[in-house]
Design a protein around this ligand. Structure first.
Ligand code: AMP
Length: 370
């Protein structure tokens, strides 16, 4: 199939910050943009050419988006596969519904990775407490993200604590004693060519991404192994577009796959300004059939710090305090309601100051709070 011609419309299923950043990149490449979300105030609907208001899991609303678009993509992996199959009959959709069918359910995803020989922590279906390996994490099979719908148990005596989370189907996963959390962000084109970003190192707070730095402080051969794993996963899935693979680095330098996201990813935000072509532009390039762009870090290193709703506790944060950081850039997503834990924005630091900023992100956030 030909590349999507400039002037045509890229439609995005979902209107969150990821959709907004994809739409901004698409506009820069000369495309018109459309997005579907339940709220006109959503980050992407504020800025696209054709905002369509409706639920992403409503097939009629999704078809309306398809009719307004020449090609479709998504920013959220939990859109029901039936809806994706419906719109894929109307317009080309990347990634394909079959990719999402594997990813959406943690158990299906883990079984897929196991079948293809990718290393993971011991896991199983959590129907009863039998066979769990402690310390264990119980996770909802669907609709759990950013540490939500999860429960951590140190030993068998904790098992009753899982009752609430177990009201929906779950998997159990042995807790990993890791040295670092890393992620590989890559793009795979319609032609199967891949472009991989430098491996990133992530810090989480309460199961939510807090900060990222790239390149990760890991040996070169470990980074190469992580990249090879991620590329093989994208090939096994037949993915098209940007994809993130989160991994645990163990103390013996071995790697376990945590989870796969078939979309642009929070841990790839550092590429926006940090790399020649951002993950958002790369995603647009991949799904539209354009050649993939450069993934090198422009100034050797980059960092990203998430700005969650709690930062607004005392009112608007003191953004002027960021100005003292060389190479800093603030990105706010246009969300008006700063609920605790909600991803409101992030800032990136590109160049020599990035390492130090990653290390002092907590103190910086405290200062911004006022
Ligand atoms: P998830 O939403 O499954 O990626 O989990 C969010 C975060 O919780 C991860 O990035 C880790 O920091 C932590 N986590 C999840 N699963 C495990 C595990 N099996 N062992 C240790 N930490 C985990």
């Amino acid at each position: 199939m030909e590349p999507l011609a400039q002037g045509k419309t890229l439609g995005i299923l979902g209107g969150g910050q990821l959709g907004r950043l994809i739409a901004e990149a698409a506009a820069t490449l000369g495309y018109r943009t459309a997005a579907l979300d339940a709220s006109a105030k959503s980050p992407a609907l504020q800025i696209v050419d054709i905002p369509i208001i409706g639920a992403v899991d409503d097939p009629l609303a999704a078809l309306e988006l398809a009719e307004a678009s020449d090609l479709l993509t998504l920013e959220w992996e939990l859109i029901p596969v039936g809806v994706l199959e419906t719109v894929a009959k109307a317009r080309p959709l990347y990634p394909a519904p079959s990719v999402l069918a594997v990813i959406q359910d943690r158990l299906t995803q883990k079984n897929f990775l196991a079948r293809h020989g990718f290393p993971q922590t011991p896991y199983g279906e959590a129907t009863t407490a039998a066979g769990w390996k402690y310390p264990v994490i119980i996770k909802r099979r669907t609709h759990g993200y950013d540490g939500k719908g999860q429960c951590r148990l140190e030993s068998e005596s904790d098992a009753p604590k899982a009752a609430e989370v177990l009201k929906a189907p779950c998997v159990w996963e042995k807790k990993v004693d890791f040295k670092a959390e890393i992620s590989v962000i890559l793009a795979r084109g319609r032609d199967g060519k891949t472009a991989v970003y430098p491996v990133a190192e992530n810090a989480h707070r309460d199961g939510v991404l807090h900060a990222t730095r790239a390149p990760a402080r890991i040996p070169r051969d470990v980074a190469a192994k992580a990249v090879a794993l991620a590329v093989k996963i994208s090939e096994a899935l037949g993915h098209v577009g940007v994809m993130a693979v989160e991994m645990f680095l163990l103390h013996d330098e071995s790697l376990l796959v945590n989870e796969v996201a078939p979309r642009v990813h929070n841990s790839g935000h550092y590429t926006l300004g940090g790399c020649a072509v951002s993950q958002f532009e790369q995603h647009v390039r991949a799904v539209c059939g354009l050649p993939l762009g450069g993934t090198d870090l422009l100034e050797g290193q980059a960092a990203m710090v998430n700005l969650l709703g709690g930062l607004w506790d005392k009112g608007e944060p003191k953004w002027s305090l960021l100005d003292e950081i060389p190479g800093v850039k603030l990105h706010l997503y246009g969300k008006s309601d700063a609920r605790p834990g909600r991803k409101m924005g992030h800032y990136t630091v590109v160049g020599a100051a990035a390492d130090a900023e990653f290390a002092r992100a907590d103190a910086r956030l405290e200062a911004l709070r006022g």
